[in-house]
Design a protein around this ligand. Structure first.
Ligand SMILES: Cc1cc2nc3c(=O)[nH]c(=O)nc-3n(C[C@H](O)[C@H](O)[C@H](O)COP(=O)(O)OP(=O)(O)OC[C@H]3O[C@@H](n4cnc5c(N)ncnc54)[C@H](O)[C@@H]3O)c2cc1C
Length: 473
C-alpha cells in the first residue's frame, strides 16, 4: 500500500510515522492481545486539524482508523492491524480550562487522568473517575471505555463525570454534544452514546468534565477476614443492603492474597515499585496468619460519621462468620491498599495474564464466586480473583505460559461470561468489548438489541472506518 502511505505523508507530514518501533507498539494494548501484523502507520495528532485531516483522507482512501489514547486498554480496542492507521491522541494533552465556579474542566483527550486531578486539587476539586490505571491512562481513553475504578460504588463511573464532548466523525466533520450546564435535555443524549463507544462512533477531541468537591480523606477502614470467599461476598452484599455506602469495598480471594504476599516478600525492601515492601509483605503475612483465610475485604468510609458506619460493618462481618477490626492507622491502611494495587504486578510476575472483568448484581456476588470455584474445578485452572465488591464487579484472572491464550483458558472464560450473564450480569463491567469479547456480545444483548446497535454504528460510520472489527465482529 505504498500509494496510501504516500498520501498520508503528503497530507500530514512528520505527524504520520511508519517507524518500525512505533508500528510495533501500536499493534497491541495491555490486554496481552496483539494484532497479527503491524498497522500501515501511526498519526501522532497534536491538534484537532490532524484528526480531521486523518479521517477525511481515511474516508477517501477507505483506510480503517484505530483511535488510541495511552494504550493501557485491556480488551484489544486500541490495537491497529495490517492496512489500518492508528490515530494516537496522547499528544493532545492540554488542560484547556478549569472553571471552579462551574465545577468543570475542559480538556484535550490525551490528558493523563492523574494530571487533571492534580490540576484540580488546588481548587479543592477532584476528577472522580479513578481507574487503577489513572497515572497512565488518558481522559479520552477513560471516556471511550467508560472506565470504572475503586470508588465507583459511591462516586460513579466515568459516564457520570462527562458533560459535553467535541467529536470528529468518521468523515472528518466536527460535532459538539452535551452542555456546559448541569442540566440539558435538548435532543438525544449523544454525549452518553459516545461514552463507552470504544472509538467505534467518533474520535473524542475535547471533553468538558465535572469536577466534584474533593472528598475528605478516608476516616475509617475496616479489614475483614473470612473462612470462605462466599462469606466475604455475603458480607459485601449485607453492607450494600444496609445502605452503608462505603467509598471503597475491595474483596481479595485467598489465591490472590497468596500471590500478592509471595510477590511482596520476593520483591524485597529495595523494590523501586514497592518502597514499603517489607511492611506490606509482613502485613500480608499477618493477614494470611497461620492458616489460609478464604478471603479478605477492605471497606473504607470518608463520611463525617465514618466511625459509626465502620462499626456497623464490623457487626455485619461477624454476622456472616468473619472477623473484622477497624483501622485508623494511616500506614496500615496504605499497606492494605498497596496489597490491592500489587495484585496486577503480582500476577504479571507469574506469567502472562488474561484479566477478566465480569459484573453481577450485588446480591449475586456470592453465587458468582461459587461458580468460579466450579469453573476452576471443571477446567483444572486456578482463577485468582479480586472484586470491586460494592459494584458487583469481579476481576477473575487466568495466568498462563507462552504467548497464546491456551484453549482450555478460553473455554473456562467462555463459561465464566455465560455464567455472569445467566446470573443477570454482564461480560464486562469496565474494560469494554474490544476484540476479546466481541464473540459474546450478541449473547448478552440479544438479537434485536445487537442489530439495533449495529445499525447505530452504521449511521455514524457507514463505511466502517472507525475501529473496524472492534466490539462488533
Ligand atoms: C494496570 C492496569 C490497571 C487498570 N485498571 C483499570 C480500572 O481500574 N478500571 C478500568 O476501567 N480500566 C482499567 N484498566 C484498563 C485501561 O486503563 C482503561 O480502559 C483506560 O480507560 C484506557 O485508557 P487509555 O488512554 O489507555 O485508552 P486506550 O487503551 O488507548 O484505548 C481504549 C479504547 O478507547 C478508544 N479510544 C481511546 N482514546 C479515544 C478517543 N480520544 N476517542 C475515541 N476513542 C478513543 C480506543 O480505540 C480503544 O477502543 C487498567 C489497565 C491497566 C494496565
Amino acid at each position: 500500500m505504498p500509494e496510501k502511505t504516500d498520501r498520508f505523508v503528503a497530507e500530514l507530514g512528520s505527524v504520520f510515522t511508519t517507524s518500525p518501533g512505533d508500528l510495533l507498539v501500536a499493534r497491541a494494548d495491555r490486554s496481552g492481545w496483539a494484532a497479527p501484523s503491524v498497522p500501515l502507520g501511526v498519526v501522532r495528532a497534536t491538534e484537532v486539524e490532524h484528526v480531521r485531516s486523518t479521517l477525511r483522507l481515511a474516508t477517501e482512501l477507505r483506510v480503517p482508523v484505530v483511535p488510541r489514547g495511552a494504550g493501557t486498554g485491556l480488551a484489544g480496542g486500541a490495537a491497529g492491524s495490517a492496512g489500518e492507521v492508528v490515530l494516537d491522541l496522547s499528544g493532545m494533552n492540554r488542560i484547556l480550562e478549569i472553571a471552579p465556579e462551574d465545577e468543570l474542566a475542559v480538556v484535550e483527550p490525551g490528558v493523563i487522568n492523574t494530571n487533571l486531578d492534580d490540576a484540580l486539587a488546588p481548587h479543592g476539586l477532584w476528577f472522580a473517575p479513578d481507574p487503577a490505571s489513572k497515572a497512565i491512562s488518558t481522559v479520552g481513553g477513560n471516556i471511550a471505555t467508560n472506565a470504572g475504578g475503586l470508588l465507583c460504588a459511591k462516586y460513579g463511573v466515568t459516564r457520570e463525570s462527562v458533560l459535553a464532548l467535541a467529536v470528529v466523525l468518521a468523515d472528518g466533520r466536527l460535532i459538539r454534544t452535551g452542555h456546559r450546564t448541569v442540566k440539558g435535555v435538548t435532543g438525544y443524549d449523544l454525549t452518553a452514546l459516545f461514552v463507552g463507544s470504544e472509538g467505534t462512533l467518533g474520535v473524542i477531541v475535547e471533553a468538558t468534565v465535572r469536577a466534584l468537591p474533593r472528598p475528605a480523606p478516608a476516616a475509617a477502614t475496616v479489614v475483614g477476614l473470612f473462612g470462605s470467599v462466599r462469606e466475604a461476598a455475603s458480607a459485601s452484599a449485607a453492607i450494600t443492603a444496609a445502605r452503608l455506602r462505603p467509598a471503597l469495598c475491595e474483596l481479595i480471594d485467598a489465591a490472590a492474597l497468596r500471590r500478592v504476599a509471595d510477590y511482596l516478600a520476593a520483591s524485597g525492601a529495595d523494590s523501586p515499585r514497592f518502597g514499603s515492601a517489607n511492611t506490606d509483605a509482613r502485613f500480608a503475612a499477618d493477614l494470611l496468619g497461620e492458616g489460609e483465610p478464604g478471603a479478605s475485604l477492605i471497606v473504607q468510609f470518608d463520611d463525617a460519621d465514618a466511625s459509626a458506619r465502620a462499626a456497623r460493618v464490623v457487626e455485619l462481618v461477624r454476622g456472616v462468620g468473619g472477623t473484622a477490626r477497624v483501622s485508623s492507622d494511616r500506614q496500615e491502611v496504605e499497606s492494605l491498599l498497596e496489597l490491592r494495587r500489587a495484585f496486577h504486578p503480582a500476577l504479571v510476575a507469574g506469567g502472562e495474564v488474561l484479566i477478566e472483568d465480569v459484573s453481577v448484581p450485588r446480591s449475586r456476588l456470592a453465587d458468582m464466586f461459587d461458580e468460579i470455584v466450579r469453573i476452576e474445578n471443571e477446567y483444572g485452572v486456578s482463577i485468582p480473583t479480586v472484586a470491586h465488591a460494592a459494584d458487583g464487579n469481579l476481576h477473575p484472572n487466568f495466568v498462563y505460559d507462552g504467548t497464546e491464550v491456551p484453549d482450555v483458558i478460553w473455554r473456562a472464560a467462555d463459561d465464566l461470561f455465560t455464567t455472569a450473564i445467566r446470573l443477570g450480569g454482564t461480560l464486562t463491567g469496565e474494560h469494554g468489548v474490544g476484540v476479546l469479547k466481541r464473540r459474546w456480545l450478541r449473547d448478552e444483548l440479544g438479537d434485536d438489541a445487537y442489530d439495533l446497535q449495529r445499525r447505530i454504528k452504521g449511521v455514524f460510520d457507514p463505511l466502517g472506518i472507525l475501529n473496524r472489527g472492534k466490539v462488533f465482529g
